[in-house]
Ligand binder design. Structure first.
Ligand code: SAM
Length: 219
């Protein structure tokens, strides 16, 4: 984005120090920040455009409207807020080879923490409830874990989702083992069976983008 819009100054925030420090366009800066620590340290109307994505596993259900109100505050009148969240990233239900279903276990854990795993479906309603926003739009792209082999782009995306899922679930290995999901020596098999089953069933992931414009003072 920094390269596509060289005249803009882009600021990215994340709670973890995961952002690139040096290999980035000159007009991009990253900072460490917690979006649950409100108010955000930015004046009203500081940004032409605010984009927030893929926090659906991190935030509690009741916090979304609070955060959205705060994001609207820091967008300038006439500027845009855009959000993108995913749904159905893991598969629930039985697995034909009988290994534990990591998706079912993860969803139960998220629900117990008060996370709304269906928040992607609610973004439009949340944005529409903001009196300062108008021109609200929503678009959902459905990506399959097992597209038709003739769908070249779909196949590439499915591989990326598979690799992403393997990395994300792999990152949770310690938590799954601590719950007694399986023995450590069985972990690689359990993970690969979960991913295989998602491909076998043609599991679908929904990616929803929702955006709105902040009313200008004349509107
Ligand atoms: C699934 S990743 C998405 C990363 C990035 N937004 C993207 O779309 O590529 C979720 C990110 O949210 C960050 N995160 C979680 N809780 C947060 C919080 N309270 N404030 C800021 N960032 C947070 C995590 O550190 C993680 O990098």
């Amino acid at each position: 984005m920094g390269s596509d819009f060289p005249k803009s100054h882009i600021l990215g925030i994340d709670i973890s120090p995961v952002q690139p420090g040096t290999v980035k366009p000159k007009n991009v800066d990253f900072t460490i920040g917690d979006v649950t620590n409100l108010p955000l340290p930015y004046a009203d109307g500081s940004f032409d455009y605010v984009h927030i994505r893929l926090l659906f596993l991190a935030l509690k259900a009741e916090f979304w409207p609070v955060l959205i109100k705060e994001l609207v505050r820091i967008v300038r009148p006439g500027g845009y807020l855009e959000m993108m969240e995913a749904e159905n990233i893991c598969m629930e239900g039985g697995i034909s080879t009988g290994v534990p279903n990591l998706g079912t276990i993860m969803v139960a854990g998220l629900k117990a923490r008060g996370v709304d795993i269906h928040v992607a479906q609610k973004l439009k309603g949340y944005l529409s409830a903001q009196p300062d926003l108008t021109d609200i739009h929503q678009k959902t792209e459905t990506l399959s874990m097992a597209p038709h082999p003739s769908d070249v782009d779909g196949m590439k995306l499915a591989k990326m989702m598979n690799d992403d899922g393997a990395a994300a679930m792999g990152g949770l290995k310690g938590a799954f083992l601590a719950k007694g999901v399986c023995k450590e020596e069985d972990w690689d098999y359990v993970l690969s069976e979960n991913l295989k089953e998602m491909r076998r069933r043609g599991h679908k992931v929904y990616w929803t983008r929702c955006w709105g414009r902040k009313r200008s003072s004349e509107e």
